[in-house]
Design a protein around this ligand. Sequence first.
Ligand SMILES: Nc1ncnc2c1ncn2[C@@H]1O[C@H](COP(=O)(O)OP(=O)(O)OP(=O)(O)O)[C@@H](O)[C@H]1O
Length: 532
Amino acid sequence: MEKSASFLFGGTKFNKKKFASDIARFKEKTETEDKVDYLSLFESGNPEKEEFTVSTKKRKRKQAVSEAVEGFNVFKSSKKALVDSGENKKDEEEDKLSKDKKKLNQKLEADAILRKTFNIHVSGNNVASPLKSFAELSSVYGCESYLLRNFAELGFKEPTPIQRQAIPVLLSGRECFACAPTGSGKTLAFVSPMLMKLKHASSEGVRAVILCPTRELAAQTTRESKKLAKGNKFYIKLLTKKLIRSADLSKLPCDILISTPLRLSSAIKKRKLNLSRVEYLVLDESDKLFELGLLKQIDSVVKACSNPSIIRSLFSATLPDSVEELARTIMHDAVRVIIGRKNTASKSINQKLVFAGSEEGKLLALRQSFAEKLNPPVLIFVQSKERAKELYEELKFDNIRASVIHADLSETQRENMVNDFRAGKTWVLIATDVIARGMDFKGVNCVINYDFPDSAAAYIHRIGRSGRAGRSGEAITFYTEDDVPFLRNIANVMVGSGCEVPSWIMALRKLRWKKHRPKRESISTKPNEAGD
Ligand SMILES: Nc1ncnc2c1ncn2[C@@H]1O[C@H](COP(=O)(O)OP(=O)(O)OP(=O)(O)O)[C@@H](O)[C@H]1O
């Protein structure tokens, strides 16, 4: 230190004798300064001690001012005052820093408590604080009143856990992977920040895109988005065949466009739909969208949304690591938000496994359970459209109001089936996995997996049609000998969401699950042609 100082001042002649008193004062002061600095560092976070530090500094400031008016000392003191004011500034900055640090720590602590309360897990840098209430959307993020009014009209009093965390993440301009149980309000979690960021309608092309794996889900998301946007005249459009045929897509005024990947990618290719202005892209049921069959279409949409400042987000109740890895290659500094444990079923569903022996046994078990207790609405899942038709043929004469939905029906027919089920005109809806994801039927009391699901994810989504938005629900899964090797995978999901499973099932060997869709005997009580 000495050395370097003498090196710096090497060219200056300094009469130490003449200025001995000043040297002494300077030395004294430096020592006191050092002490105060050390203390303030050590004491940060203790308000009483902080006050003490501040008052010592105030005293010093006073001293400097009084010295500045004493005759001969004026020049010296004003120099000293300058030094002091520099030091004071430094002290003030340090004070501010330590206060900011304290505030930040308090905020982080409060965030952690809120996240723990709502079972929210996040990873990423500088993740925005979770919402304490919907009111914070207005006080912190300047949300317009129409949105809060719509929440109130829809009866939404409190944000759900995924809404508490995903909304602020998206509002803070971050990309996001979000995984939360079925029926936990993910739609609102991605639509409302979009509405808030877009602010008002504009006719400058497509500004936001939501991709859904099925037409039914795209139609439902359009309807829900319009409900949330009520009172603000946004252009919210479902990309239908009719819209593609009738409109000049290059001039389409559209704030939010909702579509399936196939329809959107063909509109980009064949009708030159321009997505270069898109600011927000949501991939709903993202793991489904990233499956092999849809990957090419997703790729063409992602490429067409070429705006460099685009914010992309992925939402689903199931998010395999492989999808995350793939998605990370296109996302920037994304925040990961997981509610509860990843890939688990909703805890509000009471899940049961029923051994039905054979295909015939399944039909008997179904009829018996309907005879004992039919608590509509009931949703029955089978593994193919052929089997859906067969089961419908069996049940249509049973005096229960049943209907069926599968991919062979026209768009309008499918829409009618869904609407009739929603309106309570039909009690039992037989379906394939086409409506297993995302469909929000209010109050489905029971889901029956007539055919064993072909993956754990399919199971989670199928049964998730019941037990939504905090309601309770029931799920019954029939299994035969063919399904036994795959029981353990479903049992794991059941245990993960708090249901009991017989110990012999938990003792089964774990299998790497390839799509399990065995060839099954047809569903029929009619005697076959051979007469046996
Ligand atoms: N804050 C809230 N309070 C009460 N109900 C809500 C709230 N937010 C959404 N809901 C309702 O919860 C239901 C389920 O919401 P949504 O369909 O968005 O679930 P999801 O998490 O997307 O489910 P899935 O994984 O099956 O697609 C809807 O009926 C919706 O209106």
